[in-house]
Design a protein around this ligand. Structure first.
Ligand code: MN
Length: 241
């Protein structure tokens, strides 16, 4: 059987900041590509494009993976950028929002990781805290961890009855590298995990099986803990193909 093709949207690196002769490179996180490959999927990297319709891209793959990256621009949820916000990149936002809508229309599964969870929430009508330490008084946990990125630092409790609970059980320690967080959850998403300060750490789509997203970075965590998560994604793609 042919392996399912999963498209990972690229980040764009400015390799040379000089305005003349500016070099740009599109890339995706290597550990994420490894995790997808290990789960039996065929990952491809998708660079943003302004010449094609998102549906033309979606026709070429079986599922979409939205990885980590810069903050979604607040213009897409009706806010102005505050002093505290980190870097934003509107071209990638527009590309990913178009891909999300096309995938939902065409019935293709989506996996969101960190920024991926945030842009999904924004694309579906939710809002974000631009910077939780200064904006969200309840977020007392260090969600931008000072520990190395692969270390699991804070606990998440997983909601019983969710698809995530079937895979990972009642809860686990996860890594955490996010300043932003979900403020208002999009109506078509449901919360499936939260940290002990109430910050939403995972979501699924309410009315179908198309969306799973987590606020942590499973691709950087212990393989024994997170491999079942990627395998479950692969199983879901095969089932829905
Ligand atoms: Mn967190």
């Amino acid at each position: 059987m042919n392996k399912p093709i999963v498209a990972v949207t690229a980040d764009t690196l400015l390799a040379d900041m000089k305005p003349i002769n500016q070099r740009m490179a599109d890339y995706a996180p290597r550990p994420l590509l490894d995790s997808l490959g290990k789960a039996g999927l065929l990952p491809i990297i998708l660079a943003y494009d302004t010449y094609a319709d998102p549906e033309e891209f979606v026709e070429t793959f079986d599922a979409l993976v939205l990885p980590g990256g810069p903050n979604p621009s607040p213009r897409f949820y009706g806010e102005e950028p505050l002093w505290c916000i980190g870097p934003t990149y509107e071209k990638r936002d527009i590309f990913e929002i178009g891909l999300i809508r096309a995938c939902l229309k065409m019935g293709k599964p989506i996996l969101g990781i960190c920024r991926g969870l945030q842009i999904l929430n924004v694309a579906l009508g939710g809002t974000l805290w631009q910077d939780m330490p200064t904006q969200n008084p309840k977020a007392f946990i260090q969600h931008m961890q000072k520990a190395p990125g692969q270390v699991a630092t804070h606990y998440v409790e997983i909601e019983k009855g969710s698809r995530l609970h079937d895979i990972l059980g009642d809860g686990l320690y996860v890594n955490s590298r996010h300043r932003e967080g979900i403020k208002k959850l999009a109506p078509s998403l449901k919360e499936t995990a939260h940290a002990r300060d109430g910050v939403i750490e995972a979501v699924e789509s309410r009315d179908n099986e198309l969306i799973t997203a987590v606020q942590w970075h499973p691709e950087n965590m212990d393989d024994a803990v997170m491999a079942p998560f990627f395998r479950a994604f692969a199983d879901r793609i095969i089932r829905m193909k």
